[in-house]
Design a protein around this ligand. Structure first.
Ligand code: BJW
Ligand code: ZN
Length: 258
C-alpha cells in the first residue's frame, strides 16, 4: 500500500528547502547488514564492552580485529538498497542537502552520496593508536595487521567506540546543518546513542519539520512531526519518486532558503 505523506511534508519536498537526512543502521538492514539493537541485533549476540570500546581493543586487539574483519567481509558482499539510492537522489535534487550518518558501512558512498558527515567513522579505514595516522584499508580479511608505517604503533579500526569522542568537528558540522535545515529526516535509528541521538531534538527546536522513518517508533519519535512507519527501502523511494514529479527542480544558491 502506498505510504501517505502529509501535505506539509509534500510542500517541503521542493527546493529550496534545506534538507538533512540522518541515518542509522536500519537503513542498511534491507541490504543484509545487521543492526545493533532489537531482534537479531549485534548486541544480542556479542558483548559491546568486549568489542566496541577502547578498553576491549587494548585488552584483546586480535579478537576485536577478527570481529571487524567478519563484518567487513559481510558488508563487502552486499549492495546498497533502494533507501540508500533514494538518499543519494535527494542530494542531487536539493542544492542544500546534508547526509549525517552513524553508519560505518560505506553503503551511502557506494549508492552515490557525496556530502556525508560520518559521526561514527568508517569500517574501511584504519587509524594508528599512537600517532593518529589515518589510512584506508580495503582488505576484507585482516589476519594480522602490520604496524603503523609512520611510527610503528598499533593500527585500529577507524570507527568510534563507546566512551570515545566523535571525529573532530564532524558533530559540530552536523549540528550546524541541522540548525539551519527546514526538513529533517531521521531514518532507521533507535536514537539511543549520544550525542547523535540529540539531532532530532535540535532540528525541532530550531524550527525544522521533523520526519521519522522507522519500522517502529524510536526513542526520539516524540520529536517528530510525522512518523512514517515502515521499511526505509520502501518509504524513501516513494519520497524520491515524489521529487521526480515536482516541477520546481533544483534551487540555485540565490534561491536557497530554509
Ligand atoms: C529500520 C529497518 C528498516 C530496522 N527500515 N528502520 C548521554 C547520556 C547517556 C550516555 C551518554 C551520553 N552521552 C554520551 C554517552 C555515552 C555513549 C552513549 O550514548 N551511550 C548510550 C548507549 C546511552 N556515547 C558515546 O560514548 C559516544 N561518545 C561520546 O559521547 O563522546 C563524548 C564522551 C567521551 C568520553 C566520555 C563521555 C562522553 C560514542 C558513541 C559511539 C557509538 N559507536 C557505535 C559502534 C560504531 C562502530 C561499529 O560499527 O562497530 O555506533 S555503537 C552503535 O550504535 C553504532 C551505531 O552507529 C550506534 C547507533 O545505532 P543505530 O544506528 O541507531 O542502530 P540501532 O541498531 O540501535 O537501531 C536500528 C534502528 O533501525 C531501530 O530503530 C530499528 O527499528 C530500525 N530499523 N530495520 C527502517 N528496514
Ligand atoms: Zn603511527
Amino acid at each position: 500500500m502506498p505510504v501517505q505523506f502529509s501535505s506539509k511534508l509534500q510542500s517541503l519536498l521542493i527546493p529550496p528547502t534545506r534538507v538533512v537526512v540522518f541515518t542509522g543502521a536500519g537503513i542498511s538492514a534491507e541490504s543484509g547488514v545487521p543492526t545493533f539493537r532489537g531482534e537479531n541485533g549485534l548486541w544480542n549476540e556479542f558483548r559491546v564492552e568486549e568489542l566496541a570500546t577502547p578498553q576491549a581493543f587494548a585488552a584483546h586487539p586480535g579478537r576485536v580485529w577478527e570481529w571487524y574483519g567478519w563484518r567487513r567481509q559481510l558488508i563487502a558482499r552486499i549492495q546498497p538498497n533502494p533507501a540508500h539510492l533514494a538518499v543519494a537522489k535527494f542530494e542531487k535534487y536539493f542544492a542544500n542537502c546534508c547526509l549525517v550518518t552513524q553508519n560505518v558501512d560505506g553503503l551511502h558512498s557506494r549508492a552515490g552520496s557525496e556530502r556525508i558527515l560520518r559521526l561514527h567513522g568508517d569500517i574501511w579505514e584504519v587509524r594508528c593508536v599512537a600517532c593518529g595516522l589515518h589510512g584506508t584499508d580495503l582488505r576484507e580479511v585482516l589476519p594480522s595487521l602490520p604496524p603503523c608505517c609512520e611510527c610503528g604503533g598499533t593500527l585500529r579500526p577507524g570507527v568510534v567506540w563507546f566512551g570515545e569522542m566523535l571525529p573532530a568537528g564532524v558533530f559540530e558540522s552536523a549540528v550546524q546543518a541541522v540548525e539551519s535545515c527546514g526538513l529533517f529526516f531521521s531514518v532507521g535509528t533507535s536514537a539511543e546513542v549520544f550525542p547523535a541521538a540529540q539531532l532530532p531534538a535540535i532540528a525541532r527546536r530550531h524550527g525544522a519539520y521533523v520526519v521519522e522513518v522507522n519500522i517502529e517508533r524510536s526513542a526520539a519519535a516524540h520529536e517528530a512531526h510525522e512518523v512514517l512507519l515502515g521499511k526505509a527501502g520502501e518509504i524513501l523511494p516513494e519520497l524520491a519518486a515524489h521529487l521526480q514529479d515536482t516541477p520546481a527542480g533544483r534551487s540555485t544558491p540565490e534561491t536557497e532558503s530554509r
